[in-house]
Design a protein around this ligand. Structure first.
Ligand code: S3P
Length: 427
């Protein structure tokens, strides 16, 4: 249980936030596929990325931790070791889906499991394209949920051309990783651009990739040539809570340091700007193909906006935080095309409606795939459930802090992506 008190003042000063979750996963996986040692700095030591570390160790990589630096030593792309036990992806869809793509082409058997939430999430979206490539994958029940077993691949996977029905970076990445081992190039076509960290990092590891419009073509590889160091920028999805809270609390002027501002992730900045938020990007720089900047944000009055379509993959994880901003805006916010929120760590559309309305009644309504927020209504102290979803826990916390306080039933889930979130909130 956690009690969040209403904030008595705005956010001021400088904030350091943890490393990017998506890039941390990929830095471990790709480094473990090279045959040299890579130093990863600003790695996010959250539970999800630690699930990836544990899985890659089971596959033979040596991974050592020295504070927030990680040293990863792999055995080479074609030299993964057969795991001695079931691989546990915990709560992490990224770990599971990316590693399914990596392991589908291997000559050994793998079985995956995960926690209650991950065992309910859809995996057919990954199994289907990998099966088209020739992989043999079995899941539980008709939905092909976890536990999932991948049979040893008897011959090389086929390169395919695959049009993805949903914009998902996890599915795209799974296909690209499988494509490294295919007998010919693989093409994956996205309905809208999703985060492109896998493509950027594969290119930094010397893999031949081509992008034309929404199609990405990957060529099979003999080996990965790793950079000596990877510096992970801080996570814009974690920065989102402070961007929103600083905007809605009067008297804020805060600078969030070294935030990853890859174009495929900055939808939150575009929408907040449209809503009337005031911020500036300082010291913009690029490292390993990834853009980073310090973001200075000051309090502003917000107005309701409408968005959907190609914007959604660029801010999919930030919608609960944006819903909080919309509750403080003048007018109505309409967010379309967010059906994917129903299959995240929890059904986030249902969670927003059920839990956020406890703080601001009659504010949030949802359809199958949209969210409507009527801003400016009265806010109350409330007791809310996090549903063991880290992003719901953090969003409801900033909502309570900006309103009249909130009690959360369970706060431990923030360890997934932002272990010291509550310390920072308190300060
Ligand atoms: C992620 C992709 C997104 C996102 C998730 C992280 C990734 O999921 O919601 O938190 O690192 O590739 P989908 O691929 O399901 O859209």
């Amino acid at each position: 249980m956690k009690k969040i008190l209403p904030s008595t003042h705005g956010l001021r000063g400088e904030l350091e936030i943890p490393g990017d979750k998506s890039i941390s996963h990929r830095s471990i996986i790709l480094s473990a596929l090279s045959d040299s040692t890579v130093e990863v700095s600003n790695f996010l030591a959250g539970a999800d990325c630690l699930s990836t570390v544990a899985c890659m160790r089971s596959l033979g990589a040596k991974i050592e931790r020295f504070g927030e630096k990680i040293l990863v030593t792999g055995n080479g792309l074609h030299n993964l070791r057969e795991p001695e036990n079931i691989l546990d992806a915990g709560n992490s869809g990224t770990t599971l889906r990316l590693l399914m793509g990596l392991l589908a082409p291997q000559k050994f058997l793998t079985t995956f499991t995960g926690d209650d939430s991950l065992r309910r999430r859809p995996m057919a979206r990954v199994i289907q394209p990998l099966t088209m490539m020739g992989a043999l994958i079995f899941g539980r029940n008709v939905n092909r949920n976890l536990p999932i077993t991948i049979l040893p691949s008897v011959k090389n996977l086929r390169g395919i051309s695959y049009e993805m029905p949903v914009a998902s970076a996890q599915v795209k990445s799974a296909i690209l990783l499988a494509g490294l081992y295919a007998d010919s190039p693989t093409i994956v076509i996205e309905p809208a651009p999703s985060r492109d960290h896998t493509e950027k990092m594969l290119a930094a590891f010397g893999v031949q990739l081509e992008r034309v419009g929404n199609a990405i073509k990957i060529f099979p590889a003999e080996k990965l040539i790793a950079p000596e160091k990877i510096s992970v920028p801080s996570d814009i999805s974690s920065a989102a809570y402070w961007l929103v809270l600083a905007t809605i609390l009067d008297g804020s002027d805060v600078t969030i340091k070294n935030v990853g501002v890859n174009e495929t992730r900055t939808g939150i900045l575009d929408v907040l700007r449209d809503m009337g938020a005031t911020f500036e990007l300082l010291n913009v720089r690029t490292s390993g193909g990834e853009r980073a900047a310090d973001i200075r944000v000051v309090s502003s009055k917000l107005r309701g906006v409408e968005f959907g379509g190609e914007m959604i993959p660029r801010l999919i994880d930030e919608i609960p935080a944006l819903a909080v901003a919309a509750a403080f805006a003048e007018g109505t916010t309409i967010i379309r095309d967010v059906g994917e929120l129903r299959v995240k760590e929890t059904d986030r559309l249902a969670a927003i409606v059920d839990e956020f309305n406890k703080i601001s009644p009659e504010t949030f309504t949802a359809t199958d795939d949209s969210l409507i927020v009527r801003g400016g209504r009265e806010k109350f102290f409330a007791e809310c459930k996090t549903r063991a979803d880290h992003r719901m826990a953090m969003s409801v916390s900033i909502f309570g802090a900006a309103a009249n306080g909130v009690v959360l039933d369970d706060d431990s889930c923030v360890k997934i992506s932002y272990p010291n979130f509550f310390d920072v909130l308190k300060n």
